[in-house]
Design a protein around this ligand. Sequence first.
Ligand code: 2IT
Length: 448
Amino acid sequence: MYKSEYLNRVLAEVNAKSAGQVEFIKAVEEFFDSMDFLVDKNPDIEKYSILERLVVPERVISFRVPWVDDKGVIRVNNGWRVEFNSAIGPYKGGMRFDKSVNLSILKFLGFEQTFKNSLTGLPMGGGKGGADFDPRGKSDGEVMRFCQSFMAEFYRHIGPNTDVPAGDLGFGAREIGYMFGYYKKLVNEWNGVFTGKGLSYGGSLGRPEATGYGLLYFAQEMLHEILHDDIKGKKVIISGSGKVGGMAAQKAKELGACLVAMSDIEGFVYDPNGLDVDYIVAKAKAKGMFSKDYAADHKGVKFVGDPHEMWKTPCEIALPCATQGEIHLEDAKLLKKNGCYMLVEGANMPCDVEAIRYFNENDVLFAPGKASNAGGVAVSGLEMSQNAMHLSWTFEEVDARLKDIMKSIFNKCYETAKKYGQPRNLALGANIAGFEKVLDAMIAQGVC
Ligand code: 2IT
């Protein structure tokens, strides 16, 4: 229950109209926690029915993706693109290929993306898409045929000024390449319709590193500006062996942090003296996982065959970088009990709304993914600029811009949180600061 009757009414509508969409409803609830500080102060929000409009995607595209596997069997998956909000720029956001993908998850991700993209300061709206297709264990030929079948429908909905997809879980350089190639063939035009492209065809240096590096730049800002401390020597734990986790581990090491535990889908490894980050990054890149090999190759390291158990590990800073719903209230309590005083989300909503409330009430400094993992989409925005200008920047130039953007996102969140009398509540700061620009744009553009 919110203080504001308006919020209670809109949430009831969301519950009724999006019944069963658990992830999406949770994302709206978390966002409304922050809106409760704002809606009474700004009557325009209710007057223009902004929240009623904001919780309904502008467009949802849902389609059949038939493809032929290596044995000649015809297979069918579901494909989607949720074009959530284009008030401040073309729809922008990643594509997820995973068995778990459904409309609820894509709506939650597209909703979050709208505020994340706004926080970057770049002109990008929010969108997200994908398929309930698992590329793991599929041959390159199968993945290519799937991507081409997907694009045979998808091409008509996207474009460099309309909707610009990128990667997410299960959707990396290979998938982007196949999709981009087929798009180009269908529309007979070379343009920057995807970001995260390979370097040989318009990709940006620094894009693969951007989310993980940006996460650490954001964490450093939190430490410097709020806790008057530094990450050097801090005991850090990271979940997830994908690009975000790997690049976060690499930057954490470079900044002098001590990575004591890290997980993949098979389990986690723990060494209070610090893990070998180079080994982990190389192994994860080659195989997608590392923990079992790490334990076999390093004497005295502890291996546990359940990644979720890692949240019981003592640490100072936790960086969940795997996926949504990794950290529940009980995990949050254990983290706090075992010394964790700062949690920075690398994934999208790895923490449940109850866990976030607990952190904020119990002195664990928390940063929401829509702010702290925005480095990925920020560098996607820089890739769009480079494509539009027909030039490419150096890694150093992109990295310097990324650092500036992460600093500026942190400042917006922190200043907004202070303005609302909740200086340590960066989730509040991120939600309100991300929302305000979208609000202005929606009011200015009338009822559409
Ligand atoms: O969640 C995210 O921000 C992404 N998957 C990246 C989106 C993008 O357009 O680069």
